[in-house]
Design a binder for this molecule. Structure first.
Ligand code: THG
Length: 371
């Protein structure tokens, strides 16, 4: 592979130097930033996340801010989930769809105030989309990417670490809710969220010049619980059933196919982008659904970020999307986007080039006994 030009488009995280100092070995481009994805010992990192506490540079989860008199209206137009019940200080996980009712991003929407919303985006450019829609619909709203860089603290011991820094009030935060806070003069928002099912928080740093300071505060406070640098863990998130847009979901996937139907409200106003298509899709029922795929064989394979055909009796029935070695099942697992005729328990094959790998379809989240 040729040397990669250190392109100005690849922006530095405020935690960049800290992650280098802590020995980051693998990074992944995400929202034109580098998202750390490894520190050299995947199994140790997995154990730390599911048994202890881990801290992640997730500054690549950029915020698209909508601010102004029409911010709430624009937020709703972009979201196929009803936001009217959402109050300031609350967040919601939503599917942002195009006019065909397929997913172009799956952000967490944070309602900062009645006239201000943050879309904490996955890896596609929602700012352009929001700008276009605001212009086309004549809305009075300013769209920007503010200086905000989340740092995640995840794992069963995350509450203890974050409470040690900010106080016991953090223990009472509900999922996706957040509150403004300050530590050592660093402005931030503390949210109960994060891309794992192990519990924890995200600290939305609001001053990029203080990244190292915040990193060191968390690292120091977490010492009694043996905190260390980690990253959004592909094994844990797939075991737990969390989606990765661009990996498991693309712009041809609709919410009903990937277990997001529960976050779609068909009775939102007609001007919500994609809702008419989703009403039609809902009456027909999905053609595909998402199930777990467990490959036979207990040898770890390299993880994959591309799609492989799933076959049954020699006929293609769907795709295996992202795949990873599961430390819980000690099998290679992934999500399958398969015809609704395929069911949990079915034996299938995954085609990787000339190789046909035997596999079984399972429910999501994955359980140890599914292997
Ligand atoms: N945190 C923040 N921003 C983000 C992510 C994050 N942006 C990118 C990406 N992750 C967005 N995608 C997701 C996907 C799943 C979840 C959160 C963000 C998630 N889902 C749970 C589930 O599906 O079980 C909970 C959903 C619910 O109960 O509402 O947490 O992680 N800041």
């Amino acid at each position: 592979m040729p040397e990669v030009f250190p392109h100005t488009n690849l922006r530095r995280s405020p935690y960049y130097e800290a992650t280098i100092a802590d020995g980051v070995t693998l990074v992944h481009p995400y929202n034109r930033m580098l998202l750390p994805l490894g520190y050299g010992d995947p199994e140790a990192e997995y154990r730390r996340l599911v048994e202890g506490v881990s801290m992640w540079d997730v500054a690549a989860e950029r915020q698209v801010q909508l601010k102004g008199p029409d911010a709430a209206q624009l937020a709703q137009i972009l979201c196929t989930r009803d936001l009217t019940s959402c109050v300031a200080g609350q967040g919601k996980y939503v599917a942002v769809c195009n006019h065909a009712g397929t997913i172009i991003n799956d952000p967490i929407v944070l309602k900062i105030d009645d006239d201000c919303f943050w879309f904490s985006i996955a890896d596609s450019d929602l700012r352009l989309w929001a700008n276009c829609v605001a212009g086309e619909r004549g809305l009075n709203v300013e769209i920007s990417e503010p200086d905000v860089s989340p740092l995640a603290v995840q794992g069963p011991l995350a509450d203890d670490v974050v409470a040690a820094i900010f106080g016991d009030w953090v223990r009472n935060l509900r999922h996706f809710w957040f509150r403004d806070a300050e530590i050592d003069g660093i402005p931030l928002r503390v949210a109960r969220s994060g891309w794992s099912k192990q519990g924890g928080f995200e600290l939305y740093l609001m001053d990029g010049s203080r990244g190292l300071d915040l990193w060191n505060i968390v690292k120091e406070a977490g010492k009694p619980w043996e905190i260390a640098a980690g990253y959004p863990n592909p094994s844990e998130r797939i075991e737990s059933g969390l989606l990765s847009w661009g990996g498991d979901v693309d712009e041809h996937t609709n919410p009903f196919e990937v277990r997001l139907g529960r976050f779609v409200d068909l009775d939102v106003p007609d001007d919500v982008i994609g809702i008419e298509a989703l009403r039609t899709l809902a009456t027909g029922g999905p053609r595909r659904h998402q199930l777990g795929v467990v490959l036979r064989g207990d040898e770890p394979r390299p993880g994959h970020n591309r799609w492989y055909d799933i076959e049954k009796n020699g006929i293609k029935v769907g795709d295996m999307t992202n795949g990873v070695w599961s430390f819980k099942l000690r099998r290679n697992i992934g999500f399958g986007l398969v015809s609704v005729e395929c069911q949990t328990g079915d034996d299938v094959q995954v085609r990787k080039g000339d190789e046909l790998i035997d596999a079984r379809l399972t429910a999501i989240p994955f359980r140890e006994e599914d292997r």
